[in-house]
Design a protein around this ligand. Structure first.
Ligand code: FAD
Ligand code: DLZ
Ligand code: SF4
Length: 528
């Protein structure tokens, strides 16, 4: 009789996983901590601790439910330290003839597993149906569309799921309440403290293990307050519904010099690793609107992120890989600024986004898009260099969601699949949406001169440099009109200012990850 080994990955920690359905009594479930997954990019220590602690807790839950579980701990002497070899070793140890696994979250693993089809033990891949859609669904929807747009996909998803629908019409008569969701932080806004979780023995052991093995990675391991069990994640969801959701919408785009989380949910990591399911989260958020506890602009804004953007990026990823990863529509080739690892810059907004990332393995969407992302876009940072960084430093990072956001939304390197125009902006935007500029040595109103905000000249120089590719875009017509109306003298001064800035910008070689390490070693020395 055949005996399956079910390989459960570190981001598949849900009892609802397709790979756990209809298991025969003799099945063995394997969870494997391996060095290769912790180091293929230098993941933030909090992210590694989250995954290991959540894996250990989930293994315990499976055992309590009577399953036969094999847990390979990182420091087990016979651990082969890579997922595929470890699963094959365990299959041999337990006499299993098949390895079952649900679609992983990254192409590199999916491809490697598919290549193992004619080995003595056969690999059987199933669909991961925790999402609202499958890659096949998305392929069917996008087939024949020259310019697929998230907004069209999202409306279809609303109709299909019935979320925020009144008969066949959108609740409140509109699909999108974005125009209500652009307020900077005001004095009347009081973001609540984030939930904290006590560390049990399992988490304490994992924190010590991560400190021992991954101490040289960029980022502070503690304080560590990410939820590591479903119970804790449900607690964080309740906290969000009660204390943050009502103001989530209006302050969705605001940035604060002091508070990294504001009214954001902090639920992305729990969603991505399986502690929460997107459907239950969207339904809980919709209930807050239906029962009168949260306004529609907040509820719709949140549901659009999860039902719209999250599903859309996953669809793009699986239907466009592996070519997607090599797209570089703007021909960007600069290495990653070393300040991304050290935080060593006078640009206050950039410094704070990097420091918050170092301290919490988190920065909210607008910081990722309009501060670090915008800066990298304006400096022509190479997609691979920037994508490696985003994949490494955020607690929620997994390639299916990170890559389209970074390569597509931030760098416009996919030629417009993620957004019809680049999200480039000058210091004026950051000044409007944040209080950073008040603490900055630069002046957001000046474009040239020693005190001018670097974003300003970089912005105009970027537009000039990429005019051939971007000026024909109807959504850029206004801004290119302004550029054309400027006197050549002014344009030359801005160009010079930007060139001088870029000439002294310290960067790591575009594709040499090893070179970045000097930067984050330095960070740890100065912060510990
Ligand atoms: P909230 O602001 O509370 O949003 C609610 C939920 O919506 C999030 O938890 C998330 O699940 C979803 N969501 C929001 N925006 C997006 C988006 N653009 N794409 C997909 N889902 C979204 N998100 C990740 O989960 N993993 C990543 O690796 C990741 N990398 C990113 C890289 C860049 C350059 C950018 C611009 C965005 C990235 N995002 C990523 C999307 C977004 O920034 C994070 O999901 C969000 O900041 C997580 O914080 P939160 O849970 O408090 O989100
Ligand atoms: C991110 C991560 C890390 C750091 N470590 C492990 C691990 O040791 N074992 C494991 O199964 N998964 C880990 N993960 C998550 C995987 O990288 C993730 O499952 C893949 O990227 C595919 O989604
Ligand atoms: Fe950032 Fe420019 Fe404002 Fe300084 S002045 S915080 S660099 S936007």
């Amino acid at each position: 009789m055949s005996r399956p080994l079910v390989l459960l990955l570190g981001d598949q920690l849900s009892h609802e996983m397709s790979s756990l359905r209809d298991l025969p009594d003799n099945a063995v479930i394997a969870l494997c901590e391996v060095t290769a997954e912790g180091t293929y990019v230098p993941h933030h220590p909090q992210k590694i601790a989250l995954i290991f602690s959540a894996m250990r807790h989930f293994a315990g839950e499976l055992r309590d439910r009577g399953y036969h579980v094999h847990y390979s701990a990182l420091d087990d002497p016979d651990n082969t330290q890579a997922l595929i070899s470890e699963a094959e070793r365990l299959a041999a140890v337990h006499g299993c003839d098949e390895i079952h696994v649900a679609r992983p979250g990254e192409w590199r693993l999916w491809e490697a597993m598919r290549e193992r089809h004619d080995t003595p033990v056969s690999w059987c891949l199933s669909e991961d149906d925790r999402f609202f859609t499958t890659p096949d669904d998305f392929a069917a929807w996008s087939k024949g569309r020259k310019a697929p747009r998230m907004e069209h996909f999202y409306r279809l998803m609303r109709k299909r799921t019935g979320l925020l629908m009144e008969d066949d019409q959108p609740a409140g008569g509109q699909w999108n309440f974005d125009h209500d969701n652009r307020e900077p932080l005001s004095t009347e806004a009081h973001p609540p403290a984030s939930p904290r979780h006590d560390h049990d023995d399992t988490t304490r052991t994992v924190l010590a293990l991560v400190e021992e093995h991954f101490a040289e990675h960029f980022g502070n391991l503690e304080p560590f307050h990410w939820p590591v069990t479903r119970r804790q994640a449900l607690g964080d969801l309740r906290h969000f519904l009660e204390h943050r959701l009502p103001d989530f919408g209006r302050f969705q785009d605001a940035i604060s010099d002091a508070d990294p989380f504001l009214f954001h949910s902090r639920l992305s990591a729990a969603l991505n690793i399986g502690l929460l399911l997107p459907r239950e989260v969207c339904e809980a958020v919709e209930r807050e609107y239906l029962e009168g506890r949260a306004p529609l602009n907040s509820v719709e804004g949140f549901i659009r992120q999860v039902l719209g953007w999250r599903e859309y990026v996953r669809g793009l990823y699986w239907t466009r890989m592996p070519d997607y990863k090599h797209r570089n529509a703007l021909g960007a080739s600069r290495g990653l600024p070393t300040a991304f690892w050290s935080g060593d810059t006078d640009m206050r907004c950039l410094k704070r986004a990097i420091e918050m990332t170092r301290d919490n393995a988190y920065a909210h969407h607008i910081q990722r898009l309009m501060v670090t992302g915008n800066f990298a876009l304006l400096c022509d940072v190479a997609p691979e260099a920037l994508c490696d960084w985003y994949l490494a430093v955020y607690v929620d990072a997994c390639e299916w969601v990170e890559l389209p956001n970074t390569l597509g939304m931030v760098l416009h390197a996919d030629g417009g699949l993620m957004g019809s125009k680049p999200y480039c902006a000058s210091g004026k935007y950051i000044n409007r949406m944040s209080d950073h500029c008040r603490h900055c040595r630069f002046d957001p109103k000046q474009v040239t001169g020693p005190d001018a905000c670097p974003f300003n000249s970089l912005y105009w120089a970027f537009l000039e440099r990429h005019a051939d590719t971007l000026s024909g875009n109807p959504r850029m017509a206004l801004i290119y009109g302004s550029l054309r109306r400027m006197k050549e003298e002014k344009r030359a001064a801005m160009r010079e200012q930007a060139d001088a800035f870029l000439a002294t910008l310290e960067t790591a070689p575009a594709y040499g990850l090893g070179e970045h390490r000097a930067g984050y070693h330095a960070t740890r020395e100065t912060t510990s």
